[in-house]
Design a protein. Sequence first.
Length: 52
Amino acid sequence: MAKLIAKCALERKESRGAHFRTDFKEQKEEFAKISIVKYEKEQDIISYEDAL
């Protein structure tokens, strides 16, 4: 589970809330989405839905 959370956080090229990155310090509206991670057939699948 922790691996999936970290992988999802690294996909976001921004800082948002508790996910602060020194290489991407600004917040970007294109990442104002909910991250959805599935593990199927030994592969991580990351998708996004619009935030409510």
